[in-house]
Design a binder for this molecule. Sequence first.
Ligand code: NDP
Length: 287
Amino acid sequence: MKEQDYLDHLVGVFGHPAAENPGVVIQEAAFRALGLKNWRFLTIDVDPGKLGDAIVGLKAMKFRGINCTIPHKIEALKYIDKLAPSARLIGAVNTIINDGGLLTGENTDGQGFMIALRDAGISPAGKKVVVLGAGGAARAVCVELALAGASHLTIVNIPRDMALGESLIKILKENTAVAVDYVPWVDAYKVPAGTDILVNATSIGLYPNVDAKPNIDYDTVTKAMYVQDVIPNPAFTPFLREAERRGARWQSGMRMLINQAALNITMWTGLEPDKGVMLKAFEEAVS
Ligand code: NDP
């Protein structure tokens, strides 16, 4: 009789809502291509306030790891034994690695962004960057850019929650050498001349709000700028369309998403997945 191994190796995502999270299609496509036939990615709806219970279950069932998404990224910090330096600065965890009950917290959102930037041939060192938004994605992007030597960061955020922008600026000033400004976002924002990189790190334009775009004066976007969106779906947002119209080079949030998912897989399995396979699976899932 052939030797069989039916034991499942579990990873997944804790979110609320969780149903629209595309992690399962991207990660399971990668597992299949790597020949990891017993690896499963579970999409799990965990109510706010129940993350602690879910973590107890994760340890009991020997999950190898988990992604945390809205609203659990900050609360996850409470349950972590070891924190990666950038996750500590960002103040949020999107990836947990379980080594026999010892939980390590990582944040791969910003790392996925940085790989996308570098793949486009852009080095952030010495660059002037404008980031729209001050939420979780913006924090991850800003911390990684600052650690990579960006010279100047302008954070543009609506003054709905000043504390969010102020706490981010405090973290950056206390822990990195970047010069940083905060601009309350009230009117169409004019991108300063001399900006090298412009990032939309808000949720504006995410499916199903596919016609929405950040309120900026697009005539201040120039062909000298590199423009990056964090929105993964749709891949070509109105924000990027406007940038392209002004001759700017641009990249979608889809690459960032695939990069961070690939990093998760390597952290959990020790293997390098095929990003082409992952991208194709994601494109098929959202088309
Ligand atoms: P948050 O809710 O933490 O932050 C969203 C930010 O956008 C906040 O600063 C918010 O301001 C701002 N914002 C929302 N609507 C508007 C508006 N109409 N005008 C101006 N500002 C606005 O979300 P996340 O940072 O976690 O996620 C943001 C986006 O990033 C999501 O679409 C998510 O899909 C994407 N993302 C992509 C990743 C990738 O790998 N490609 C990884 C992680 C996230 P306020 O707080 O005042 O509402």
